[in-house]
Design a protein around this ligand. Structure first.
Ligand code: NOJ
Length: 741
């Protein structure tokens, strides 16, 4: 399986046996006492180490890692990190630096003044791996100068269920698209400077986290092995191949076993099959969750034994010792378990070796300190890139010709709850776990963006409305009647994790009424949706045009405005299927056929209700692109070379009268085989830019690996293979055959 999965990116992830640790690491492990080793295996809140006289607490806990200094001020974070690190290096017996980690999931979203990029579902919509890598590189620069070495990012979990509150943290429902972007972000975070990786990435949450059976975060998932191996693992394999230093574990359970207690997941699959050699960290408070949430372990001691023996190297201990789960107790229990022989010294040494090797790889032994004097220049990097990526992500869902707005538009009414809301355009994990609080990021709202970009002759008025209330109906109606066009910025407020779970995909009633009120006036109305998932159902019936803006971050204003006025030609494509409502879940583009059952000529039930509102890959442009002369090279592959790259070559012609960029996706499927094949998967893609009337020939690097499967009957648990036979590769409505022999 590893060989097949590794081929998504290259061949280096094939398990070949662990790389030997360096002498420095081995010597340190030899020198450490059990207490020091257990200290390394502890990640705790930085707030529990006081900045006044930190040495005492550091000598007490000997923490391998700290997380979350309680400040957004970059200079203060740099100073506070240094105060503690200096005490760690100079005032503890072995002076092993701690690794400091945070979630910088869309830019350094924990630092005031830092650029905040679109959330990952917007990055998915841009289909631009180079840009993803560059964003991650900038993020890691802002992290390192502030003394931060470890990013709990990127999510390698696929988008499967939009009810789940973390949908927006994933890149795509498609394993290939997600894999490319996971690998790109890992490369960017782990870019080498001065001979070491600038920060370490954490691909998370291993594995099967994103499809809880009932849509609720951290509940149980049930995944057949065929789907798990062919669909859920590839983004992890891609992240591992790209070098990811760490893996974070799924807080939920999979097929009846908490992931944190699963040797099969954390050793057999992660290490032996995928070839991961780095460090495995638990998620927050998850030993405790084995007791209270999953009803699995009896107490914290048993949970610790199960977790450490399953392969967890470091425990993320919750701050403030909630529910009796604190660093002191964890360390005491782990020492007892070793003394009793329930956790072996070999397991402890292996964990500590992984942790120290990670520290060495991110240069901590040579360069553990923040650089407060460099902070100012670095944290504001990436402003232009944020605008470019947000613009690339803009996905035009519908358009009756209202867009782009002409230069003769006399007046625009901007309304809706997210028109002037920095918090809503950022989403969760933005200077606050649940989104922007008192500290505002440097952002331009859609209202400001439209006001700045509108021609001098266009007047812009603003009537705000609420996410969940619409009490100024008369004002909005009157303003809409006077306007030439209405831009209604709709969507969701910020949320993170379980607090974002939802049981509806319809927009709140207040927003539906807003749209209906405006539409009744007869003034053309453009809906801009800023949301963490496909939010909006019947609302599209009342809109003249609509744009999915995702959670665009700092540069929402210029990105949306440039698209509305036609200065940018929309080129985003949905990285997920947009269902008509929760009744269609999980109706994904890579499901097995059929997605409807309706025998020919039979108009009686069962009826098909399965056509989504907008399919995967949907995205309109202000120009038209035509494809021609599809060619697959080579047309035939020996099975043993199934990991080899293919070239799909196609002519793309911009037949309209506007320049534009477009993403050319190559889809693959297979009609007859030993098992069913996904109706459609991405096997390659390329973003191209064409002048009006221009034609170009595009060579797209592709692979048949997304069609690798586990052969055999319903409960088969075999190797992931590319079977021999014929595969259909298509671009637009042209299809060519690839034969694997
Ligand atoms: C819990 C989340 O599940 C995880 O994604 C995050 O990295 C940790 N908390 C740390 O904030």
């Amino acid at each position: 399986m590893a060989a097949a999965l590794a081929g998504y990116i290259g061949e280096s992830a094939v398990a070949t046996g662990r790389t030997a640790p360096s002498d420095r690491v081995t010597n340190l492990v030899d020198e450490m006492t059990l207490e020091e080793k257990v200290g390394q295996m502890t990640q705790m809140a930085a707030s529990e180490i006081p900045s006044e006289n930190p040495a005492e607490a550091l000598r007490n806990y000997k923490p391998g890692s700290l997380m979350y200094l309680p400040s957004f001020d970059p200079k203060e974070v740099a100073r506070e990190s240094n105060v503690r690190q200096k005490a760690m290096v100079e005032d503890t017996r072995l002076g092993v630096p701690f690794v400091y980690g945070i979630d910088s999931v869309h830019g350094n979203n924990n630092i005031q003044g830092a650029t905040i990029f679109p959330h990952n579902h917007g990055v998915g919509a841009a289909w631009d791996a180079d840009a993803a890598e560059e964003m991650a590189s900038i993020t890691s620069r802002t992290m390192r100068v502030t003394g931060t070495h470890w990013n709990f990012s990127p999510i390698a979990d696929l988008q499967r269920d939009p009810r789940w509150g973390r949908f927006y943290e994933g890149f795509s429902e498609d394993p290939y698209l997600a894999s490319q972007l996971v690998a790109a972000k890992v490369r960017g975070y782990e870019e080498r400077t001065n001979g070491y990786k600038r920060t370490g990435a954490s691909i998370k949450h291993f594995a099967g986290y994103s499809e809880p059976a009932n849509g609720n975060d951290r509940t149980s998932a049930l995944l057949p092995y065929r789907t798990f191996a062919s669909t859920f693992l590839p983004p992890y394999a891609a992240g591992i191949t790209a070098g990811a230093e760490t893996v974070m574990v799924n807080s939920g359970s999979l097929n009846g076993v908490p992931a944190h207690a699963s040797k099969e997941l954390l050793i057999d699959i992660l290490r032996d099959q995928l070839g991961f050699e780095g460090m495995v960290v638990s998620d927050w408070h998850d030993f405790f969750r084995m007791i209270k949430v999953h009803g699995f372990a009896e107490d914290l001691k048993e949970a610790t034994r199960l977790g450490i023996n399953a392969g967890i190297d470091m425990y993320m201990v919750p701050a403030a010792g909630i529910e009796g789960d604190d660093a002191e107790g964890y360390q005491r229990r782990l020492i007892e378990l070793v003394d009793e022989g329930s956790v072996s010294m070999e397991r402890i040494d292996e964990a500590v070796t992984n942790i120290l090797a990670f520290k060495e790889n991110v240069g901590l032994f040579d360069d553990p300190y923040a650089e407060p004097e460099k902070v100012e220049g670095v944290v504001s990097e990436g402003r232009d890139l944020a605008r470019e990526v947000a613009t690339e992500s803009m996905t035009m869902l519908t358009n009756d010709g209202t867009l782009p707005l002409g230069s003769d538009t006399g007046s625009i009414l901007v309304t809706g709850p997210s028109a002037d809301s920095v918090a809503n355009q950022m989403g969760g994990w933005s200077l606050g776990w649940q989104g922007v609080g008192d500290t505002e990021p440097p952002a331009t709202t859609v209202l400001d963006g439209i006001s700045e970009a509108a021609p001098g002759s266009t007047s812009v008025t603003h009537v705000p409305t609420g996410l969940h209330e619409f009490s100024n109906e008369d004002d909005v109606r009157a303003a809409a009647e006077c306007a030439d066009v209405v831009v209604a910025v709709l969507g969701e407020g910020p949320y993170a994790e379980e607090q974002g779970d939802t049981d509806t995909l319809a927009l709140p009633d207040a927003q539906r009424r807003l749209v209906e009120t405006v539409a009744e006036t007869g003034t053309p109305t453009v809906g801009v949706i800023m949301a963490g998932r496909p939010r909006g159902t019947s609302v599209f019936d009342h809109l003249s045009a609509s744009l999915m803006a995702y959670l665009p971050g700092t540069a929402a204003g210029p990105a949306v405005a440039a698209t509305l006025f036609g200065d940018a030609n929309p080129s985003g494509r949905l990285p997920f299927t947009w269902p008509k409502g929760t009744g269609q879940l999980l109706n994904l583009h890579n499901n097995f056929p059929p997605d409807e059952f309706n025998e020919e000529g039979n108009t009686e039930p069962p009826q098909s209700h399965e056509t989504p509102l907008f399919p995967f890959g949907h995205g309109m442009s202000y120009t038209e692109f035509e494809y021609g002369n599809l060619e697959v090279r080579p047309p035939k592959l020996p099975q043993k070379a199934a990991t080899d790259e293919l070239t799909v070559s196609v002519s793309v012609h911009n037949t309209g009268d506007r320049a534009g960029e477009t993403v050319v996706p190559v889809y693959g499927t297979r009609e007859h085989g030993e098992v069913l094949y996904p109706q459609q998967v991405v096997v390659g893609f390329e973003r191209v830019s064409l002048d009006a009337g221009e034609t170009t020939r595009v060579d797209i690097r592709s692979t048949v690996l997304p069609l690798a499967t586990v052969l055999g009957d319903v409960f088969s648990r075999g190797e992931l293979v590319v079977d021999t036979g014929e595969y259909q590769l298509s671009v637009g409505d042209m299809t060519e055959t690839l034969t694997v022999v």
